[in-house]
Design a protein around this ligand. Structure first.
Ligand code: UD1
Length: 430
């Protein structure tokens, strides 16, 4: 099992480039299923989740070719299967994104129910309810969603919760069916807006991208495109926190501040300087004492749940009391017990964490439980005194492209090791 060994206390300084966004790349690959031809995407991050999604699409007959770094060709001219198996779906909930496009293209889809995951129950009822409104017949059998769509028609859909992948699934299902679909209370995350832009580039007629009301007028067919995936606002936020927690000064390329207002606002509130500089680059400076700040996670444009764990790591070192409320997922404080093992003073009451800042964290062996919790522990390790060993680093690989490489290039002492072989490498220095 791979783990990360971090020798804390180094100030991060230098330049770093933010990778393409995982949560934009996955729906882009799903959208390619709608096209009888080859789409070419650039700036695709090389991640475990992208590989899992590739394996899933390959099992349906889609052909992939990695070209140069970050360039991926997706040829969905022949679809041979309609089943997304449990083995593939269970490892990644976003696999549900094949449901909408498969129905639109093949009139049929069999997709394993994702089930629970470490951060909560995360049902897909709203995906299914919306699809039923478009005319899809759905049965749940043996843990699978069996969906048939002999004739689909546009409909008015109101989402009880602005679900991100639910909105994406419905948008993809509606792009090539008869009539007009209106999705109200749609998610307006930048990645949802990007999927609308991708579908529009393919020839779909979509209005309201990036707002809570999407209007999709069905078109006959979609065409192949070339498209550059946007940069990852969560990775950018994570790197900013890395600068903040180490008192560092980093210059970031590929960072879209307009997608990060809530996060940047909070980082400024705790004392960081975040400023756009030349050529679209952004500087993040953290050489001030961290101040406390309260945070509530919300759908976009609110503070993203995917940055909650990383922000918590930062304010464990603040000069006072901070309150973090998690309103999106019910079980997203798995990092708390591990941060406590590093000396953080955090109490959890239901969906609220009360963080009392401490002067220092101390390195410890800790275990990653999910993707963003892992990032939080790595960040804490960068600031802690002594050595932190984060086991189960594969969680990190799901959503961060070479995070340890990027941190090391900025001056962090961090290294991936094989924990089964012991930590012999630690003696060799990091
Ligand atoms: C997406 C992101 C994930 C992010 C999350 C919230 C991708 C691939 N993943 O996940 O990184 O943390 O948005 O910003 O883009 N819900 C229901 N019924 C449904 C669907 C969702 O009750 O049918 C609930 C969920 O349990 C959760 C909330 O809605 O409480 C938001 O979830 P959702 O937006 O669907 O998250 P994902 O799309 O899975």
């Amino acid at each position: 099992m791979k783990g990360l060994v971090i020798e804390g206390g180094e100030r991060l300084v230098g330049e770093v480039t933010v990778s393409g966004a995982k949560n934009a790349a996955l729906p882009a690959l799903a959208a390619a299923l709608l096209v009888d031809g080859t789409c070419r995407f650039t700036n695709v991050p090389h991640l475990r989740d992208v590989e899992t999604f590739r394996a899933l699409l390959e099992s349906l007959g889609v052909r992939f070719r990695w070209k140069e770094k970050g360039e991926l060709e997706v040829d969905a001219s022949s679809i041979e299967g309609v089943t997304a198996s449990y083995d593939l779906v269970k490892t990644m909930r976003a696999s549900i994104l094949v449901l909408g496009p498969l129905l639109a293209r093949m009139e049929e889809a069999v997709v394993s129910l994702p089930g629970g995951c470490a951060i909560g129950a995360r049902p897909v009822d709203l995906h299914l309810k919306g699809l039923e409104q478009l005319g899809v017949q759905i049965e749940l059998e043996h843990g699978y969603i069996k969906a048939r769509a002999p004739t689909l028609n546009g409909a008015q859909i109101y989402l009880d919760i602005p679900t991100v992948t639910g909105t994406e699934n419905l948008m993809m299902a509606a792009a090539t069916i008869q009539g007009t679909t209106v999705i109200e209370n749609a998610a307006c995350e930048p990645e949802v807006e990007e999927l609308a832009e991708i579908l529009k580039a393919m020839g779909a007629e979509i209005e309201g991208a990036g707002t809570t009301v999407l209007t999709i007028r069905g078109v006959e067919k979609l065409r192949p495109i070339e498209y550059r995936i946007m940069s990852d606002r969560i990775e950018a936020g994570t790197l900013m926190v890395a600068a903040g927690i180490t008192g560092g000064n980093i210059l970031m390329e590929g960072c879209r501040l307009e997608h990060m207002e809530a996060v940047v606002g909070k980082l400024r509130e705790v004392g960081m300087e975040i400023s756009p500089v030349r050529e679209g680059k952004v500087r993040a400076v953290g050489d001030h004492r961290i101040r406390s700040a309260d945070v509530k996670t919300l759908p976009y444009p609110g503070f993203p749940t995917d940055m909650q764990a990383q922000f918590m790591a930062l304010i464990t070192l603040a000069n006072g009391l901070s309150v973090i409320s998690e309103t999106i997922f019910e079980n997203r404080f798995m990092h708390v017990s591990e941060l406590r093992r590093m000396g953080a003073d955090i109490r959890v009451q239901g969906s609220t964490a009360i963080v009392n800042g401490v002067p220092a964290l101390s390195g410890a062996p800790v275990m990653a439980t999910d993707l963003r919790a892992s990032a939080s522990l790595v960040l804490a390790g960068l600031a802690a005194t002594g050595m932190t060993v984060v086991s189960r680093a594969y969680h990190l690989e799901r959503g961060y492209e070479d995070l340890e490489g990027k941190l090391a290039a900025l001056g962090a002492k961090v290294k991936k090791v094989d924990l089964d072989e012991g930590l012999g490498e630690q003696e060799q220095g990091l």
